[in-house]
Design a protein around this ligand. Structure first.
Ligand code: BMA
Length: 373
């Protein structure tokens, strides 16, 4: 794979330091990338779940919690997801809780706990609309990206949003002061037009400039060295490798490529959509020397008792997928149907257990106190 300058320096230091690669002169991002690459080479696919420790199908973390142990995935199969996804939406407003009511303090602390358990963290971002004041889904103006780029009226204001996101990402540290590496996946699903940074809401140049501005600020100006940068179009629009790459910000910025693909109808349609997106992503990843992942997927309500081993696994098993992340299990009373991972009473729980035990699937074993202690 092609390494970015910062990673190359890290790799060089790691090789030349007397302790070998384990002695970490590496940046946190370089270390995470090395780990991800090694796992892919061993054929491992990490399972991921959005907001896993924050809430589940019928529970929510206490605001005054000090531990992060509860998880629908753990309750179902006895292991935690290897990848823990969260979303920074709301950080830009200075809110205490994100757009799905997760306190940022708990997000930070649970990310550290998950990292110390041996897991990997990823953040997406659904920032509000900086021009209209609406949410990320407010597509009433196609001038939003233009307005926040350098020279735009909203540029300075938007830079305060990037600063708040950067502050948070830099603040995820262990008690020893080690900065936790994260897979950072902003500006996702841009091939669709449902977010203010989407296809019809800005030009290719503007979209690329948005990434460049984000990278220049976070990685260069702020020097954040714990971010593995991920690019993930929506799968629905991926008709070719060219479409995948049309708004690609560049090899200097991106470390990992993936896509978001959901099941909305039959298994066959989903399997075909996934295969198409996997083929295109793999071709692009190979050409650019990048890792690949299924950055978001799932079947709302998992309405098939054997979905894990008969639908999801068969379609991705022939690809070098670093991780596959399913979306959140909403706990709000009016969103009980909105879940993508199983819970013990769900009809796909048994199948999920089988899935979690597959050789290639990677979860995080429970390694705290035993339940009898
Ligand atoms: C969407 C839904 C929303 C949520 C958003 C950001 O797909 O799950 O309910 O607010 O993601 O997490």
């Amino acid at each position: 794979m092609t390494l970015k300058p910062i990673t190359m320096i890290a790799a060089f230091l790691a090789i030349t330091s007397c302790g070998g690669p384990q002695e970490s002169d590496q940046t946190p991002a370089g270390a995470l990338l090395g780990r991800l690459e090694a796992q892919v080479n061993e054929g491992k696919i990490m399972f991921g779940h959005q907001d896993d420790y924050m809430y589940g199908h019928s529970w929510k973390l206490d605001d005054d919690a000090t531990e992060y142990m509860q998880s629908d995935v753990f309750s179902t199969c006895g292991q935690y997801p290897a990848v823990y996804g969260m979303d920074l939406g709301g950080i830009e407003m200075g809110w205490e809780k994100n757009l799905d009511s997760n306190p940022f303090d708990h997000m930070r602390a649970s990310a550290v706990a998950h990292y110390e358990r041996g897991g990997v963290i990823t953040f997406s971002w659904h920032p509000r609309n900086p021009l209209t004041g609406g949410d990320a889904w407010d597509v009433s103006s196609d001038q939003v990206v233009a307005s926040i780029l350098p020279g735009g009226d909203g540029h300075e204001y938007f830079m305060t949003w990037l600063a708040k996101a950067a502050d948070f990402l830099a603040s995820i540290k262990t008690a020893d002061g080690e900065t936790v590496p994260v897979i950072w996946r902003p500006w996702h699903e841009h091939t669709g037009s449902w977010f203010w940074w989407g296809q019809k809401l800005c030009t290719t140049e503007q979209y690329k400039a948005l990434w460049q501005m984000t990278y220049d600020y976070m990685a260069i100006e702020r020097g954040l060295d714990n971010l593995v940068w991920a690019y993930s179009p929506g799968a629905g629009e991926l008709s070719s490798v060219e479409v995948f790459g049309e708004r690609y910000p560049g090899d200097d910025i991106i470390d990992m490529v993936g896509f978001d693909c959901y099941q909305y109808s039959g298994n066959d349609v989903y399997a075909a959509d996934m295969k198409n997106a996997l083929d295109i992503t793999k071709a692009f990843a190979d050409e650019h020397g990048k890792l690949m992942a299924v950055t978001e997927t799932g079947y709302e309500g998992v309405k098939d008792a054997a979905w894990w081993t008969q639908v999801l696994y068969p379609v991705m098993k022939d690809y070098p997928v670093s991780y596959v992340l399913v979306w959140r299990n909403a706990c709000d009373a009016h969103m009980q149907h909105h879940f993508y991972a199983p819970f013990p009473e769900h009809e796909s729980a048994e199948d999920f257990k089988t899935f979690s035990a597959l050789d290639r699937m990677m979860f995080i074993p429970f390694c705290g106190l035993s339940k009898n202690d």
